[in-house]
Design a protein around this ligand. Structure first.
Ligand code: SF4
Length: 709
């Protein structure tokens, strides 16, 4: 080991488990990574992605200098930061003056740190005067936000990782934890090995590696979750496995739900969900008879046109059984991205404001405006991800700022998004990797610092805030995201509001955190007692952590009081509605998309590490062997995969884990197919009416032998 080797404690930049890492470096270059034994998320363990982080810093893939294109069709050329940001400020100011503040938009990311989010939010709402700021977290967990807020009164996952280990019965729905949250899954595996009486139920149309741990796997038909949850409640009520005292003391709306679920008999639900009545009854029995019951869910529940209803129907089960606010119990949504939680907290979805406030609430707007020292915040509702790119396509958004995300790969109906970006008069992309599909459309590319190169904070799935520390300087001209945003904002202020004191005089990420945290004071997520010093001295902490607190809060709602108007949790009585896109003669298969164990999102980072292709070299379509036989296709053959929106040519494999009538394709590939762009060429942009989260996991498709181009 070289004598100059130093170690900096930070966090992994991939999933919402939020593992602590020790970055090994020589002050200039990151040389290795170890799990942080002191971090309470992972206690020293790392998964295949986290343990190879140091292999992903390839400068060949990094954006290193600002690059500016002075006209569509021209090549970008290298620019200084001054000229790049002056140009951007001029274009944004002219656009705002000519077309109004809602003619510009910001599309940001769950990969950003809390301080980055906060600076973007202040820029959009306080300076520009628009609510057109949305995040790729819209694709990830906005249905969970709606679910928590409607049922429990606040967007707050009430559990801790320890509850997963202490639970007697876990219901894992729409989550392949073994791949997407590997370290948490390992904690669950170890807990089940130590307590074999713990029961695990997995609900997933596909048999995934997570099912290896399951006592019961319910391979429901895609999109039928609400029917399943109502069917379980029907049985719980019938068998009197509900907690009437809890319902009476702490909830509202049970009578309406009781009426609704009468229609969801085991016969009806087993038929709707495509499972056996015996399995349905067994599932209800495991939940109803277990001393504690905890549910975990992720994209499989959230990415749906019924995502909000699915979340509420699942939370209903916890309220009806009193399984919330106690050890080993509660509805626990897993966040996909490392700081999707920070985005929710800082109000980085168009309908939110910092401190779990709502942009549609006049009182909330006035509170934030007062704190920021501006007259008012904008009232017009902001556009959500799909709406935002539709508005770009329609020419309503004339200047678009994209940070740390790759919508040209990740949004559904990908071809339409590419056309929108190509037509947008001015696209700024703030990115660490110039290789993303979105960078291709950047009129201005701004190089951002990446993992190990910047400071700030993140919140993981269990509400735990960690201090993210910088190990090395960003390469060449790359800068931290918050610094880019604030520098741009100061230049825009000069053009739009000359002579006024700047709202963006922040010298460090810490200064942003200190301003932001007071906006959470006396809110459900109160972070006002936290500081970088406390995080350094006491380690990562779970909110709420109000001023004067000695430690964070492991579990919410232990006293049975909820942050609703009445103090009671709300049962939601919403019927099951079938998915809008159905199988038909032309598109007889339902396509599900998902994650591989060793890749992350659009692979801008993981795609640079050869080792991470050892698990899966390429995207392969999985079909049940009967479907291959029906089409006279061979395992390994190239096939044409078509939906109503586009076509890909992709290899196919026989896979008994996928039910007949369905298909499965990983979502990571954005442009590497023989024909077509990426997986999301096929997916549909329909979204949930409340959460606006799109239906990325259910699209009608057909497969046939490929006519090679
Ligand atoms: Fe990183 Fe998630 Fe793996 Fe932990 S489980 S090392 S946070 S990718």
């Amino acid at each position: 080991m070289p004598t100059s080797l130093q170690t900096t404690a930070s966090t992994c930049c991939y999933c919402g488990v939020g593992c602590g890492v020790l970055i090994e470096h020589d002050g200039k270059t990151i040389l290795g990574v170890q799990g942080d034994p002191k971090h309470p998320a992972n206690f020293g363990k790392l998964c295949s992605k986290g343990s190879t982080l140091h292999l992903t810093g390839d400068l060949d893939a990094r954006a290193l200098y600002p690059e500016l294109r002075l006209g569509k069709g021209l090549a970008r050329s290298r620019a200084t930061w001054d000229s790049a940001l002056d140009h951007a400020a001029k274009v944004f100011a002219e656009t705002i003056r000519e077309h109004g503040p809602d003619s510009v938009a910001f599309y940001i990311s769950g990969q950003l740190l809390t301080e980055d989010y906060y600076s973007f939010n202040k820029l959009a709402r306080a300076l520009v005067g628009t609510n057109n700021i949305d995040s790729n977290s819209r694709l990830c967990m906005s249905s969970a936000v709606v679910g928590y807020k409607r049922s429990l009164g606040a967007d707050a996952p009430p559990c801790s990782y320890e509850d997963i280990e202490q639970s007697d019965c876990l219901l894992i729905v729409g989550s392949n934890m073994a791949y997407a949250h590997p370290i948490l899954f390992r904690r669950l595996e170890a807990a089940k090995a130590a307590r074999p009486e713990m029961k695990v139920i997995v609900v997933d149309p596909r048999r995934t590696d997570t099912c290896d741990l399951a006592d019961l796997h319910l391979a429901i038909l895609p999109g039928t979750d609400v029917a399943l949850f109502h069917g379980i409640l029907h049985i719980l009520m019938w068998e009197d496995w509900i907690d009437r005292a809890y319902i009476e003391a702490h909830t509202e709306g049970f009578d309406a739900l009781k009426q609704l679920v009468r229609d969801y008999s085991p016969t009806v639900v087993a038929d709707l969900c495509g499972i056996s009545q015996a399995d349905l009854l067994r599932c209800a029995e495991l939940i109803g008879k277990s001393p504690s019951f905890l549910s975990l869910w992720c994209m499989g529940l959230n990415q749906s046109t019924a995502g909000s209803a699915k979340n509420s129907a699942l939370i209903n089960l916890h309220l009806a059984t009193g399984q919330i606010g106690k050890v080993g119990a509660g509805p626990f949504s897993l966040t996909g991205q490392p700081n999707a939680m920070g985005g929710r907290e800082t109000g980085s979805l168009s309908n939110l404001l910092p401190g779990h406030r709502d942009a549609g609430n006049a009182e909330h707007r006035a509170e934030v405006a007062r704190y920021w020292g501006v007259d008012a915040l904008p009232e017009t509702p902001g556009l959500t991800a799909i709406e935002l790119f539709d508005a770009v396509a329609e020419g309503k958004i004339k200047a678009l700022w994209i940070a740390c995300t790759n919508p040209a790969q990740s949004l559904p109906d990908q071809s339409k998004v590419h056309a929108a970006l190509a037509a947008c008069p001015f696209v700024v992309v703030q990115e660490a990797f110039f290789t993303t599909e979105t960078c291709h459309y950047a009129d201005l590319l701004l190089p951002a610092a990446s993992w190990g190169e910047k400071e700030g904070s993140v919140t993981n799935s269990e509400r735990r805030v960690s201090h993210v520390r910088r190990a090395v300087q960003p390469p060449f001209d790359a800068r931290p995201d918050w610094a880019i945003t604030c520098d741009f904002a100061r230049r825009l202020e000069h053009l739009l509001k000359p002579g006024l004191p700047s709202l963006f005089d922040f010298a460090s990420a810490q200064a942003l955190f200190e301003e932001y945290k007071h906006l959470t004071s006396n809110r459900d997520l109160d972070l006002s007692g936290l500081s970088y010093a406390i995080l350094d001295n006491q380690g990562p902490q779970q909110w709420p952590f109000p001023a004067g607190a000695q430690h964070g809060t492991a579990r919410l709602y232990e006293d049975g009081r909820f942050p609703t108007a009445s103090g009671r949790a709300q049962f939601l009585a919403e019927p099951y509605c079938s998915a809008k896109e159905k199988r038909d003669g032309r598109f007889p298969l339902l396509l599900n998309t998902g994650r591989l164990r060793d890749q992350w999102h659009g692979m801008s980072r993981t795609g640079t590490a050869a080792r991470l292709f050892g698990h899966a070299e390429e995207a392969v379509l999985s079909l049940h062997p009967d479907e291959l036989r029906r089409r006279r296709l061979q395992d390994g053959q190239l096939v044409s995969l078509r939906s109503r929106r586009g076509e890909l040519i992709v290899p196919v494999q026989a896979d008994e884990n996928v039910r007949a009538g369905q298909a499965y394709l990983p979502m990571h590939w954005g442009n590497r197919f023989l024909k077509g762009l990426g997986t999301n060429v096929l997916t549909q942009p329909a979204f949930d009416p409340l959460s606006k989260q799109p239906e990325l996991k259910l699209s009608g498709v057909e497969v046939e032998k490929a006519e090679l181009p």
